[in-house]
Write a protein that binds this ligand. Structure first.
Ligand code: HSE
Length: 294
């Protein structure tokens, strides 16, 4: 192998996701080399040091950063002809960003509704199916590596808000502001509430929703009581799902593993393969600008 085939990769962060990416890259090296036509090598691992990243293409799973700065990051990526990819930021292992940008790129997205946080869906599922108290189910999600370092973001709905803001900003072409988006979580939900709704044939789920039909796109996150027959009622544990209504498509639901090291690493590596594969083309992603909301 000649050194010109090597592509230097900097890994920023080495927690659950960083370690899983590192391990999967090593384990799938042959496959990734064959698909990229080049060899991505991890040249540097840095924690809390973004200064090493200037001017390079970026693959990130950081939903808070992308949700708050999508417009600015897109502008920078375009100006520098660098790639910006964040498939892992929404729904971890479920392909959502690429389908929204490419396969559904010719559609007018009208509404989206999803379960976009694995931790809270795991907690609600454990409370309902095993009668596990809230705190114990949360601890379990933390031990399994699903919850954020500060699980407030999961439990109070912000993690799901970041994800629906990314999806809705991308499809509407407008940066949606966090402050303008109503958000609540599952902290106040008791076992009695869950059982009461179940008795009525309904299920409590933390739902992230976007309405893109008005003059300005709007998003909300909060607990909703869904009929058992509703497809999102059947999404259990750390699984995530996003239902999309679009013209001329109609309706489509994307679902799969929404949290955890392996699922997130899968999306990061997919992005990495694309960045490395197209590195000579000055490829820019997202393919269209996201206007600031002011
Ligand atoms: N804490 C997040 C969740 C991880 O539970 O969904 C995946 O983004």
């Amino acid at each position: 192998m000649s050194s010109s085939q090597l592509i230097r990769v900097g890994l920023l962060g080495f927690g659950t996701v960083g370690k899983a990416v590192h391990q999967s890259l090593e384990e799938n090296r042959d496959l990734i080399e064959a698909r990229c036509g080049r060899t991505p090598v991890i040249a540097q691992i840095a924690v809390n040091d973004l200064s090493k990243d200037r001017g390079a293409s970026v693959v990130t799973a950081n939903k808070e950063l992308v949700a708050k700065k999508l417009s600015r990051l897109t502008e920078l990526a375009m100006a520098r002809k660098a790639d910006l990819r964040f498939e892992a930021a929404v729904g971890a292992g479920i392909p959502i960003i690429q389908p929204l940008m490419h396969e559904l790129g010719g559609c007018r997205i009208k509404k989206m509704k999803g379960i976009l946080n694995g931790t809270t869906n795991h907690i609600l599922t454990e409370m309902r199916t095993r009668g596990v108290p809230f705190d114990e189910a949360l601890e379990e999600a933390q031990m399994l590596g699903y919850a954020e370092a500060d699980p407030t973001s999961d439990v109070d709905g912000f993690d799901a808000l970041y994800k629906i803001i990314i999806a809705a900003s991308l499809t509407s072409g407008t940066q949606i502001e966090l402050d303008a988006s109503p958000c609540s979580g599952i902290r106040d939900i008791s076992l009695a509430d869950i059982n009461h709704e179940e008795g009525l044939g309904r299920r409590l789920k933390l739902i992230a929703e976007a309405d893109l039909t008005g003059d300005a796109p709007s998003v909300t996150v909060g607990v909703q009581s869904l009929l058992h027959s509703h497809p999102l009622s059947q999404i259990e544990g750390t699984e995530n799902a996003l239902w999309i209504e679009a013209d001329p498509l109609g309706e489509v639901t994307l679902s799969g593993p929404g949290a955890g090291g392996g699922a997130t690493a899968s999306a990061v590596l997919g992005d990495l393969v694309e960045v490395v594969r197209t590195i000579d083309q000055g490829c820019v992603s997202p393919p269209w600008p996201i206007a600031p909301s002011f």
